[in-house]
Write a new protein. Structure first.
Length: 167
């Protein structure tokens, strides 16, 4: 079922087939609450209207209005779109897990990088101010990394937020 383009509209040129399939795909997205057959009839009805007002999207569609193969191919394509949508919905939980895993990996990489770097002057100044304001004993900054300072700062801030919530 993956090669639907090689199965339907074999009587059209490559360019015609490409244009038609793109339009049918947009129809499927636009009118997703319709069934496949309703969508096919809606498409044919719209194309008849555009041909009647002498402004057709596809000149070649007028030749195939009465052809049952054309209608069957349109329905096959819409069924394929439904199947494809269902397959993507089945993959959604795996995609979410993959995103969460990638987020964790980025955090680990950042932590590793920060553990190798010396703290910035701003971090040191901010840590000094926090320890003075909260009357906390300073830890040794000489051998500390950016990661250590970030974690110490976050501990102080989280304790302060927790104390403010309980009061």
């Amino acid at each position: 079922m993956q090669n639907i383009k090689n199965v339907v509209f074999l009587y059209l040129t490559k360019r015609q087939k490409s244009q038609l399939l793109g339009t049918l795909k947009s129809y499927y997205k636009k009118f997703s609450n319709f069934s496949e057959i309703e969508l096919a009839y809606k498409f044919l009805e719209d194309e008849k209207y555009y041909i009647d007002i002498k402004n057709p999207h596809f000149e070649f569609v007028g030749d195939y209005f009465d052809d049952d193969n054309f209608l069957n191919d349109i329905v096959k394509f819409f069924k394929y779109c439904t199947w494809e949508k269902h397959q993507l919905e089945l993959l959604e939980p795996y995609k979410q897990k993959e995103k969460e895993y990638a987020k964790i990996q980025r955090k680990r990489a950042l932590d590793f990088k920060m553990s190798k770097l010396k703290p910035t002057k701003k971090q040191i100044m901010y840590y000094d101010k926090l320890t003075k304001v909260h009357d906390i004993e300073k830890k040794d900054i000489q051998n500390a990394s950016r990661l250590d300072l970030r974690n110490w700062i976050m501990e102080i801030i989280e304790k302060d937020e927790y104390n403010n919530k309980t009061n």
